[in-house]
Design a binder for this molecule. Structure first.
Ligand code: ZN
Length: 332
C-alpha cells in the first residue's frame, strides 16, 4: 500500500523494551518515522531506568523519547509527593513526559483497599509536578465502551474480548466507563497548567461529540489516535473529518505499537507486519477512499472505514507538528 504523505511522522504512542531498540530503529526507517514516544515500559517491567535510557540513546539518539510511569505499589501516605519526586528525577535523567496506564481507576488500590480514583487529591502533587516541569501526561483512562458492556455476542468487541478476557470490565467491582472519564476530566480541570494527552482519542472515540466537548472545555487536553482508527472510522467520514479539522491543533498521531515483553497477552509482530499496520493508517487520514481495512481489522469490529482526506497542513500537525509543540526539547 502507498505512503502518500511527504512528512516524517512522529508516533506518540509506542511501547518497547531496551532490547528492542534496534528493531524499533528498523521499523522507524521502514516507515519514515522521525521519532517515537516510548511509554511506561521500564517501570512496568521493572527495568532499571538509567541503564535503559542509555541503551535507548545509544541506538536511537534523540529520536525516541521516554515517558515513565509512576509506581502504584507504593501506597503509603505521601505517595503522590513521592511520585512527583520520582518524575522530577527521571525528567532530570532525560524523560520527557509521564505515562499513566489504565490501571489507574480500574485496579490500583490504596492502603485501605479502595480503588484510587483518577481525580484522587493524593495524586495532585504528581499532576502539578508534570505541569511545573513542562512535560505532558499521556493518560489512558477507561477503555472501549464495549469492554464495560455485558460479555455476549451482541458485544461489538466480542472477538477481541474472546482473545483478551482480562480486558473486560463489565463485572461488578469496576467503575463504569463514563464515571472513569468524569474522574479524569476533574483532574484535568484542576490542573490547567498541566498538559494531558488522552490516549486512544481520550477513550471515547465511540462518541466524538463527547470528545469534542472535552476539547472545547479543557484547553490543556489533547488526544492521540492510537489503536482507534477503527472506532473513529465507524462514524461517517464527514463527521470524523469535521472533528479532525476543528481540533487540528489538539490531535497527535499514535499507534500503540508494542515490541518486546511489555504485555504478555500480545504476540510479538515482525517488521513486515508492523509496516503493514502503519500502512493501513495513511489512506484513512490522507485519502477519500472507501471501505478500507483499519489497523486491527477485523478483531476490533467487523466494519470497514472511509478515508477522511485531511488537508496537508492538518496532516503535518497530526503527524508531527503538535508533538513538537507539546514535548519539550523534541529534536525531530
Ligand atoms: Zn499503549
Amino acid at each position: 500500500m502507498r505512503a502518500i504523505h511527504t512528512y516524517p511522522v512522529f508516533d506518540v504512542h509506542v511501547h518497547f523494551t531496551p532490547d528492542r531498540a534496534q528493531a524499533m530503529a528498523e521499523i522507524m526507517k521502514a516507515n519514515n518515522l522521525c521519532g517515537v514516544a516510548n511509554l511506561g515500559v521500564l517501570e512496568r517491567r521493572g527495568i532499571p531506568f538509567d541503564e535503559a535510557m542509555r541503551a535507548f540513546r545509544d541506538v536511537l539518539g534523540e529520536r525516541a523519547v521516554y515517558f515513565p510511569s509512576p509506581d502504584f505499589r507504593d501506597i503509603a501516605p505521601g505517595f503522590g509527593e513521592r511520585m512527583a519526586q520520582e518524575l522530577e528525577r527521571k525528567v532530570d535523567g532525560g524523560a520527557r513526559g509521564l505515562k499513566i496506564f489504565k490501571d489507574l481507576g480500574l485496579r490500583h488500590k490504596d492502603a485501605d483497599g479502595n480503588l484510587i480514583t483518577v481525580d484522587d487529591v493524593r495524586l495532585d502533587p504528581l499532576w502539578a509536578k508534570a505541569g511545573e516541569l513542562g512535560v505532558p501526561v499521556l493518560i489512558h483512562v477507561a477503555d472501549p465502551v464495549a469492554f464495560f458492556k455485558p460479555l455476549n455476542e451482541a458485544n461489538e468487541r466480542w472477538d477481541e474480548l474472546q482473545l483478551h478476557p482480562d480486558w473486560h470490565f463489565g463485572a461488578p467491582g469496576f467503575p463504569d466507563h463514563d464515571t472513569l472519564l468524569a474522574q479524569r476530566n476533574r483532574a484535568i480541570e484542576r490542573h490547567p497548567g498541566t498538559t494531558f494527552i488522552g490516549a486512544h482519542l481520550g477513550n471515547y472515540p465511540e462518541d466524538l461529540t463527547y470528545v469534542d466537548r472535552c476539547l472545547d472545555r479543557y484547553p490543556n487536553f489533547y488526544v492521540d489516535t492510537s489503536a482507534r482508527v477503527g472506532e473513529v472510522g465507524h462514524h461517517p467520514a464527514e463527521e470524523a473529518r469535521a472533528f479532525f479539522l476543528k481540533h487540528q491543533d489538539r490531535i497527535l498521531f499514535g499507534t500503540d505499537l508494542v515490541l518486546g515483553a511489555v504485555d504478555e497477552t500480545r504476540t510479538e509482530p515482525n517488521v513486515e507486519r508492523i509496516t503493514h499496520t502503519y500502512d493501513l493508517h495513511w489512506p484513512y487520514f490522507e485519502t477519500d477512499e472507501q471501505q478500507l481495512e483499519y489497523p486491527g481489522y477485523p478483531v476490533q469490529g467487523r466494519w470497514k472505514v472511509d478515508g477522511i482526506d485531511l488537508p496537508d497542513d492538518v496532516l503535518e500537525k497530526l503527524y508531527v507538528g503538535n508533538a513538537r509543540r507539546l514535548i519539550p526539547g523534541l529534536q525531530v
